[in-house]
Design a protein around this ligand. Structure first.
Ligand code: ADP
Ligand code: ASP
Ligand code: MG
Length: 409
């Protein structure tokens, strides 16, 4: 029998009525003759609540216990979905990550899937089982502990199962009806795309578009999984993530992404000498700080300012790493300034490879709105800027307008 993976995010399984509705979508595919692997998220808000409980119990928590707690939301929905399907006369059962098993690395809270054992599920599909309902987001470490795949990780579970089981398609059901030119909750003019290239989606996801977890797009690209994002609320076509060659549309910029919770840190007056960058960014990496943008200012009299950005919730860790390095004598600076009121906005498009002047057009659009740019980074297919958070919505909307994203190219 052909196989299909159907993934339901938090809002799609938010309560018993939603679970009943989505079970109906699964039944429709079973009736069409598919063996279906359903991947479920926790009910919406549940994972946040669990994370909150861990933080309130222990600030510097043991990441293994964080995973034990935070993975549990998915177990509930997997069981409830199976029960609902059984009531519809479908032979369904739930699977927790360890039962499959989903083998991961031991990086708790951000584990990567290494291998999915396919035998257990495959033999059940050969028997009576019509639907396997798998708890997303979770796996098993080499040390036999429960792991989680990072926030939004059920998307990655879904794509990994589609690849491992050779599914015809991987359908990601969510609360929007596809992938848009930008978050439709921020820009009313956002336009739904019929198709988007893996590479563009990868860039958008890694720059903050949370509609798909970055790692899920990476896996889909590597294993050529036909990945579709669609609504569990409305019955209409979604967006297909596919090869560049399958796409006719030719906008230079295809989307705008943003990350709201960024911080900009500046080490004021560090000695400008060979090895200074390594002396700063080595300890930051060791402390687990995800440094994103970096700027070194022009030096005067042998001293310079070094600026970098990181997620706002890593500011304390970054500050401590710098203070420790200063005490140890490996770096020296006059002051460390943390600006916690910034956000990152990025434009993405494969067309930028062959078009000059895109960055300039972006800077002009922001200047016209009076938005000051604090840091810039570019790559072949994106330009990112750091701006004051209060201008985030304005910046996203004005860039959407400036590149006429409401119109298909
Ligand atoms: P789920 O719980 O189903 O996994 P998420 O909240 O993780 O859903 O992802 C869906 C959300 O992603 C949408 O509600 C939307 O606000 C947001 N989003 C951000 N960027 C985009 C985009 N470019 N296209 C569509 N949705 C986007
Ligand atoms: N429930 C997890 C989260 O909220 C995983 C997911 O929904 O994909 O991050
Ligand atoms: Mg999600």
């Amino acid at each position: 029998m052909p196989r299909l993976v159907m993934k339901f995010g938090g809002t799609s399984v938010a309560d018993l009525a939603r679970i009943e509705h989505t079970a109906g979508l699964v039944k429709r595919e079973v009736d069409r003759g598919y063996d279906v692997i359903v991947i479920v998220s926790a009910m919406s808000g549940k994972t946040n609540e669990l994370v909150g409980w861990v933080n309130d119990t222990s600030h510097l928590y043991d990441a293994r216990e964080y995973d034990a707690v935070v993975s549990s939301g998915e177990n509930v929905t997997a069981g409830l979905m199976s029960l609902r399907l059984q009531q519809m006369g479908i032979d369904a059962r739930s699977w927790q990550g360890w039962q499959v098993p989903v083998h991961t690395t031991s990086a708790h809270g951000a584990a990567r899937i290494e291998e999915i054992g396919t035998e257990n599920l495959a033999s059940k599909f050969e028997g009576e089982m019509q639907v396997a309902v798998v708890a997303g987001f979770q796996g098993l470490s080499p040390e036999n502990r429960i792991t989680t795949l990072g926030r939004g990780g059920s998307d990655t579970t879904a794509v990994a199962f589609a690849a491992a089981f050779g599914a015809e398609r991987c359908d990601i059901y969510t609360d929007v009806d596809g992938i848009y030119t930008t978050d439709p909750r921020v820009a009313a003019k956002a336009r739904k795309l019929d198709k988007i290239a893996y590479e563009e989606m990868l860039e958008l996801a890694s720059l903050g578009a949370k509609v798909l977890q970055t790692r899920s797009v990476e896996l889909a690209m590597r294993y050529k999984v036909r990945l579709q994002v669609l609504s569990s609320f409305e019955d209409k076509p979604g967006t297909l993530v596919c090869d560049e060659e399958e796409i006719m549309e030719s906008n230079v910029v295809s989307g705008v992404a943003f990350q709201r919770d960024e911080a900009k840190m500046t080490l004021i007056s560090v000695a400008d000498r060979p090895g200074i960058a390594a002396a700063i960014f080595g300890p930051l990496a060791e402390a687990g700080v995800n440094v994103d943008m970096i700027v070194q200012n022009i030096s005067e009299e042998g001293r310079t300012d070094m600026t970098f950005s990181c997620p706002i919730n890593q500011v304390a860790r970054a500050s401590k790493a710098m203070e420790d390095a200063k005490s140890a004598g490996s770096i020296n600076y006059h002051a460390l300034d943390a600006d916690e009121n910034v956000a990152k906005v990025s434009i993405v498009g494969i067309g930028m490879r062959s078009h000059a002047g895109v960055a300039q057009q972006m800077f002009k659009a922001l200047a016209d709105e009076g938005v000051n740019i604090k840091v810039i980074t570019t790559s072949e297919i994106k330009v990112s800027v750091l701006i004051d958070r209060k201008y985030l919505e304005l910046a996203v909307q004005s860039l959407h307008d400036a590149f006429a994203l409401e119109r298909a190219g």
